[in-house]
Unconditional design. Structure first.
Length: 294
């Protein structure tokens, strides 16, 4: 009789013990975009609820979360056991990047793109359109494997299959901003434009852009382009052009104003899409959002 009473007391004590929420923050960098891992050291909990302070949540035990934008965030962990809940809070500060970065979310995945300070008119125009939500829902309407992927035509939003695209945009152009140090390596972000016959100043479209995929370029080809265009490619640029690829024929013809710094594989995935006779993907590839990482 005494044994059973003792056993019941042990069970009651165990079931009534409260959880305690405890966690640590493990991050590689404080600079946006930053991936942060949370180490859960909670006690006596059966489940967890995380609030990362940016509108996102998780019920994983040890989650990893990406903060795209800079700022101060309050992380809340709830450790839960039956009806008992313990909360723990910590703050994290994500610093702005040294350069202007954007995140372009597409139906094929996400790319992080650096916008160059050396091309301020193109940089500021792209930021303005992104903040207005201009690019949301637009298509990569022209895709040529081994060359580039092109988007930014407002007429492409909701465009039925077979519609000819590529002529839309705001009613302004941007003066060319050529820079010998900014060239068409793989991942280069450049402005589309009308041809020289109607656009001798090579002014850029107000919204349309392309991202270079390209193909490897031999040393002899690079020497030829250097002579033709009066450009001296750096050793790093030569290595990228010969190993990864690019389209140096477009240098000093179209303004390069950015570079994909993460997500080059997304370019390959989009470029691999089956296209129609107008180079439009049969299955739409959409831009879901373009966010400025401040």
């Amino acid at each position: 009789m005494t044994f059973f009473r003792y056993f019941a007391i042990v069970i009651l004590f165990s079931s009534c013990s409260s959880p305690k929420a405890i966690f640590k923050i493990d991050k590689e960098s404080n600079q946006a975009p930053a991936s942060v891992r949370f180490i859960n050291e909670s006690q006596k909990a059966l489940k967890y609820q995380w609030d990362f302070g940016d509108g996102k949540t998780s019920e994983e035990t040890n989650p990893e979360h990406k903060y795209t934008l800079s700022g101060k965030y309050t992380i809340t962990l709830k450790a839960i056991k039956n009806k008992s809940v313990s909360k723990s809070h910590q703050e994290i500060i994500i610093d702005p990047p040294h350069h202007c970065l954007i995140e372009m979310q597409t139906t094929a995945g996400s790319m992080i793109i650096q916008l160059y300070d050396e091309t301020p008119r193109h940089r500021d125009n792209f930021i303005k359109l992104a903040e207005e939500g201009f690019y949301e829902g637009l298509l990569f309407h022209r895709v040529i494997r081994g060359f580039m992927i092109q988007g930014g035509d407002p007429d492409s939003k909701g465009a039925p299959a077979g519609n000819r695209l590529g002529s839309g945009g705001p009613k302004y152009k941007i003066p060319a901003e050529f820079n010998d140090t900014l060239v068409h390596i793989k991942g280069a972000l450049a402005a589309a434009r009308q041809g020289d016959g109607v656009n001798p100043r090579k002014e850029s479209s107000g919204s349309q852009f392309y991202i270079v995929q390209g193909s490897p370029v031999s040393g002899k080809q690079l020497e030829s382009f250097e002579l033709q265009k009066g450009i001296k490619y750096s050793p790093q640029q030569k290595q990228i052009l010969s190993a990864t690829g690019g389209t140096p024929a477009l240098d000093k013809e179209y303004t390069v104003f950015g570079q994909v710094v993460k997500g080059l594989e997304i370019i390959d995935e989009i470029a691999a899409q089956q296209t129609d006779e107008a180079d439009r993907p049969i299955k739409d590839v959409k831009i879901l959002s373009v966010k400025i990482i401040k």
